[in-house]
Design a protein around this ligand. Structure first.
Ligand code: EPZ
Length: 418
């Protein structure tokens, strides 16, 4: 079990380059099994979740070559298997994208039920509803998601909730179906648009990604592609929050500023300066952090994946803040950890109330999930004294080179085994 040891309380400065988006890459990797031709994906982040997805593609029988750390070449000509049951796969979320992809390619799939961060119930009823509408049998049985279809036919599907996973999974299943599929009330997150663009670069006919309605005209066949994944919105947002909580001056490079507007707006609200360039942002942290209220919302609203990082930042505000979590019902597990450092936070159902304090103190804390772990790193970097963070495996699922990137900004952080 590895941990981070952090000596906090220092101002940071410099530039950080953002990696490719994890939540876009997972969808594109699953999509790569939809053609027998070579698919080259550039700008993939070298993180645990992505490496597990690549292992799964190999298990299905595809040839996977790592051209360099951030580029992979996949040939799925021999990917004839339709079952994924490896234990590691059950520990992550995005393996459910193989259900849609296998259904499209082989008209059947048996995939271990997805795990991932424990931040709420995370049902998959909307995914199953979509597959069923396309003409498949789709159900959960003994810890597996099972699908089967003679033919997939275009359908009109309305999502009760703007689910990222259901939107992507139904797109994957529908690209090779007969006829037109319309999905209404879809998720509009940048990674959803990127996966649609990736599929279109393979010859799919998907229109409307980024709006409320996606229309997919099924095609007979997809072809190979070379595609570069967009920068990671949440990794970028995490470094923006780092500048705010440590009152530092950090330039975040290789980003799409448009994707970060809701985060920039909140950072400006609480007193920071955000300077926007074409593909970079500079956050100049304010000496006084102002309190605010936040409600997490689907894109373009404030992302749930940034909720813990902003909550930790607001523990040091000069007043009372409120954050309402409207996407996942159990995303406050880190609150008990940050309270050990001196934060004053109370939980009222799906809202937290944060009474700002002057300082946080270094302590031993435990990462409770990916974004909560990253948020605790930020808090420990802002706190006085030495902290230790356990269970950093969570953080390493989604942040490439976290320790080195932080060290380059002047942070005193070490990764220790055991
Ligand atoms: C994706 O999860 C992301 N994961 C999450 O990122 C992110 O927090 C989330 O979208 C919201 O933006 C990946 O992309 C791999 P949803 P997903 O389906 O697809 C409910 C991170 O930190 N729902 O958009 O699982 C669900 O319970 C991770 O990188 C149903 O009710 O989220 C939730 O309340 C954590 N039925 C809401 O919809 C369904 O069938 C949104 O979930 C599906 C979802």
């Amino acid at each position: 079990m590895a941990k981070y040891v952090i000596n906090g309380g220092k101002k940071l400065s410099g530039e950080v380059k953002i990696s490719g988006a994890k939540n876009a890459t997972v969808g594109s990797l699953a999509a790569s099994i939809l053609t027998e031709e070579d698919v080259i994906i550039e700008n993939i982040p070298d993180v645990w979740d992505i490496n597990v997805m690549l292992d799964a593609i190999k298990v299905l029988g595809a040839d996977v070559q790592r051209i360099d750390r951030n580029t992979v070449k996949i040939n799925a000509k021999n990917a004839n298997l339709t079952e994924l049951s490896d234990f590691n796969l059950g520990k992550m979320r995005a393996t459910y994208y193989f259900v849609g992809a296998l259904l499209a390619r082989h008209h059947k799939s048996k995939v271990i039920f997805p795990g991932g961060c424990n931040i709420g119930a995370r049902p998959i009823n909307l995914h199953l509803k979509g597959f069923t509408a396309l003409g498949a049998k789709a159900y959960e049985e003994n810890g597996f998601i099972i699908t089967e279809a003679d033919n997939l036919k275009g359908a009109n599907i309305y999502l009760d909730i703007e689910s990222v996973g259901a939107t992507v999974n139904i797109m994957l299943a529908a690209v090779l179906s007969n006829g037109v599929t319309t999905i209404e009330n879809v998720a509009k997150e940048p990674h959803v648009v990127d996966i649609a663009n990736f599929l279109n670069s393979m010859g799919a006919n998907i229109k409307g990604a980024g709006t409320d309605v996606i229309r997919i005209k099924g095609v007979k066949k997809l072809h190979g592609t070379t595609y570069s994944v967009i920068p990671d919105q949440i990794e970028a947002g995490t470094y923006m929050a780092l500048a705010a909580i440590t009152k530092s001056d950090i330039t975040i490079k290789n980003i799409i500023p448009k994707h970060l507007e809701s985060i920039s707006a909140k950072l400006i609200d609480i007193g920071n300066q955000v300077i926007v360039y074409d593909e970079a942002l500079r956050v100049i942290g304010s000496d006084v952090i102002l309190p605010t209220n936040i409600k997490t919302m689907p894109y373009p609203g404030f992302p749930t994946d940034m909720q813990p990082q902003l909550a930790c930042t607001l523990t040091l505000a000069n007043g009372k803040s409120k954050i309402e979590e409207s996407i996942f019902e159990n995303r406050f597990k880190y609150v008990e950890e940050i309270k050990k450092m001196g934060a004053i936070i109370s939980i009222d159902n799906t809202t937290i109330i944060i009474e700002g304090v002057k300082n946080l103190d270094g302590r031993k804390v435990v990462a409770t999930d990916l974004r909560a772990g990253a948020a605790l790193v930020l808090a420990c970097l802002a706190a006085n004294g030495v902290s230790e963070i356990d269970k950093i495996e969570y953080v390493e699922r989604g942040y490439e080179d976290f320790v080195n990137k932080l060290k380059n900004l002047g942070a005193d952080i070490e990764r220790k085994e055991g």
